[in-house]
Design a protein around this ligand. Structure first.
Ligand code: NAD
Length: 429
């Protein structure tokens, strides 16, 4: 496998699965299937630019703490870099690099003119006050001022960040350059040029991918038993939309654990309950508490991991009972587990397809901002659905034509498009 000279190796540990190595493995598979030139593959295996910054921040108690932030720009052959900003204690440079690479293939697969990037700060946002988080976000943005911009690199929310952090990033960038630049981020509040429909977009895309996959198997969405790990931006929206479409959402979870009801949970009522109980799910009337390990092994038709990487691994893959696994999170199924699911005939909807609704609406937000013309939510959802359904069926056709699994089909489409653009542009100088 080709690896990047820009990234430090992580200490080897048998239990640890490196997300960047895993991303390179999928790229290698696509490279073999497409018979890509070794030089092209080497270029695509390494991020173009890696920025690591030191973030000194004054805490509310007067102490100074120094955090570390990253922004990795994987490839901008198709257009400006695009990717989320993650605040989580497990953030590492190799993880951010893997996520940046996934963004490149995702944008290419969906046919949107962006390259891939990702950013992150290793911190637990729950341990900081709002004022501290604002200072951290503003310092991080200032450190990246020369590396981001509406035609350079456009951050968005990811795990641990939301419209609030995007507003701080947009304001900091604008103050530094001396005029308002709403297009520097997407996923921002509506008041400063955010798009209607963005908040639910990734979850809506997941619902569309699941609906199309069920249709492929000749099954209706109504009555389908769904289990969702993670009840945040993505998992929460997917749960609500699947519930509204008639699916039975049997279980959902947070990092601290989950809840289960064999008959299906009332998701709108659960949202209200979580808002009233400090986002805790346990104790929701009519449900029983379960662990995340138990959740992944529940009998169901569709399993949706919507939290973090490597949740379904060689250790627990045999317990998965679903016939469809929709990767709402990025990289939730490890390489070994992916192969095992494929052997068992489980249909895995890969992250670069299943969770692409978010970047599609980010793109629509950017387009609306650049044209100073804002659409109603119905139009945003319609345009997004069109791009998602189109990409889904291109993956189905590719899988059929080449007799390959869904993930490889999606990768060959995404990687192939970037490789072709690289060849057409030629190598500078
Ligand atoms: P979020 O922070 O809003 O939510 C994450 C959820 O996962 C929370 O409910 C958290 O409690 C839960 N969680 C954390 N660790 C867990 C564990 N070990 N077991 C079970 N639950 C756990 O984040 P998000 O924005 O919803 O992102 C979730 C995933 O979706 C990430 O992989 C992210 O990269 C991916 N994604 C997000 C977007 C987006 O638009 N936000 C777009 C594409 C992909």
């Amino acid at each position: 496998m080709v690896s990047s000279p820009l990234l430090p190796l992580e200490a080897p540990s048998p239990a640890h699965i490196c997300p960047f190595d895993q991303a390179c493995s999928y790229l290698d598979d696509a490279g073999k299937e497409l018979q890509l030139d070794a030089g092209i593959l080497a270029i695509l295996s390494s991020p173009r630019k890696v920025v690591t910054v030191s973030l000194p921040v004054k805490l509310d108690n007067g102490e100074i703490q120094v955090l570390t932030g990253h922004r990795v720009q994987h490839c901008d052959v198709l257009g400006p870099y695009k990717g989320g900003t993650r605040y989580h204690p497990a953030v590492t440079l190799r993880e951010v690099s893997a996520l940046a690479m996934l963004m490149t293939w995702k944008c290419a697969l969906l046919g949107i003119p962006y390259g891939g990037a990702k950013g992150g700060i290793a911190l637990d946002p729950n341990l900081y006050s709002v004022e501290e988080l604002e200072r951290i976000t503003r310092r991080y943005t200032s450190e990246l001022i020369k590396d981001i911009g509406p035609s350079v690199d456009i951050p968005a929310p990811d795990v641990g960040t939301s419209a609030r952090e995007m507003a701080w990033m947009m304001d900091t960038y604008s103050m530094n350059v001396g005029h308002a630049v709403p297009g520097v981020v997407t996923g921002k509040p509506i008041s400063i040029g955010g798009s209607l429909g963005r908040e639910m977009a990734t979850g809506r895309g997941v619902m569309i991918a699941v609906r199309e996959a069920l249709a492929l198997q000749g099954k209706p969405i109504a009555g389908t038993r769904v289990v969702i790990q993670g009840f945040g931006n993505v998992g929460g929206a997917a749960a609500l939309l699947l519930h509204q479409a008639g699916a039975k959402v049997l279980a959902v979870s947070k990092g601290s654990g989950g809840i289960y009801n064999e008959q299906g949970l009332d998701i709108p009522a659960l949202k209200v309950y979580a808002a009233e109980h400090h986002r805790n799910l346990v104790g929701f009337p009519g449900s029983q508490a379960i662990t995340n390990t138990e959740l992944l092994a529940l009998p169901c038709d569709v399993l949706i991991p919507a939290a973090l990487e490597n949740q379904i691994t060689a250790e627990n893959v045999n317990q998965v009972q679903a016939s469809i696994v929709a990767e709402a999170a990025n990289g939730p199924v490890s390489l070994d587990a992916d192969r095992a699911l494929e052997k068992r005939g489980v249909l895995v909807l890969p992250d670069i397809l299943a969770n692409a609704g978010g970047v599609v609406v980010s793109y629509l937000e950017w387009v609306q901002g650049l044209s100073y013309l804002f659409w109603d939510e119905e139009r945003v959802n319609r345009e997004m659905e069109g791009l998602m359904v189109n990409a889904f069926h291109r993956v189905v056709q590719q899988a059929k034509a080449r007799q390959i699994p869904f993930r490889l089909a999606a990768y060959t489409l995404g990687v192939g498009r970037v490789a072709q653009a690289l060849v057409d542009r030629g190598l500078y100088p």
